[in-house]
Design a protein around this ligand. Sequence first.
Ligand SMILES: [Zn+2]
Length: 389
Amino acid sequence: MAYKKFQSNHLFTGKKLLDHTHVLITDEQGVIQDIVQEQEAGGDVQKLEGILSPGLFNCHCHLELSHMQERIPPGGGLTSFITAVMKTAPAPEADRETAMKNAEREMYDNGIVAVGDISNNTSSLQTKSKSPVYWHNFLEVTNLDDSRAEEKIACFLTMEAAFNETIPPPRQSAIVPHASYSVSPATFHLINEYTQGKTITIHNQESAGEDELFTNGTGPFLSFYKGIGRSALPIAVSGKSSLQTWLPYFTKGQTILLVHNTYTSEEDILYANDYAQRSGISLFYCLCPNANLYIENKLPPVDLLLKHQCNIVLGTDSYGSNRQLSMASEMSVLLQHFPFLSPAQVLQWTTSNSAAALQLQNEKGSFEKGKKPGVVLIADDFSASQRLV
Ligand SMILES: [Zn+2]
């Protein structure tokens, strides 16, 4: 059997960072054979510069919005961002298709092997059906009317069947709520019923207005609702934060990716971790630092998430709020802004932690014998990454 052998100044296994004396060996297909010391590796070793890592995960993307590049100016805050997404004139279908194909290729080339991707319709199906990347499709429900919940969910279940038929296995899809402020209670209950044991996701506490809305029934969401033709408040004020309002809807052993968490408080983290433990669900906090800086110019409380042993994963969000779809760039921003973080921590978030979040830990996320996780070379300063296998 022919082997591929890689050696570089750093080798990240998915859990820890090893030095330059180690050699990674895969078979021709990229199945991990071993990590050995250089004197045991024999000949034909490819010598490289940078960090060798298992394939990277992008746990939050919207492939459908790939044509939005440079369309929405940064810094406007969340409600004006959502309004801009809704009001931007639709690009011609051929342009949208090309933008999705280019985005898929960009992610493939820079070493992303799996994507947790939000879909609002079936327009990304064609690109995904031909893609070697693993797609975990989050079919995102937005519905503020309890009376329409059944009908909406029925539509999304039909869409889920289309995704499962068109995208070759292995793949997973699940219906998911968009956010606390865009999903009615009956819709939340139905999503809970249909997602037992699955990995799902929700946009969480991306703006301060989200908490203000649920706590007091005030803030920027009131004019947002007016703008979409809702003069009466379409949500019930709970007197609690957004997170403490929506999380109790989930009771069926789901793994939930909470995306953004820019305004999550320590009290919320304590509440969420306790709730998860009591009710048998798993939580992963998905950070999208470039998008957070783009929309709200604020970063999530990484120190608090670490203090309370939260599981962290990373995502790019879409071209609507990012200038590239690169996990190296997301890791780089975190390392620059949070000097207490180490490269090994952020690498673990975007490899083995993410594999656990998307329930792919038996196949990807680490260099363990028999897995086929992909092999990526990341520049030592995280300025770039490229797929090797
Ligand atoms: Zn998003």
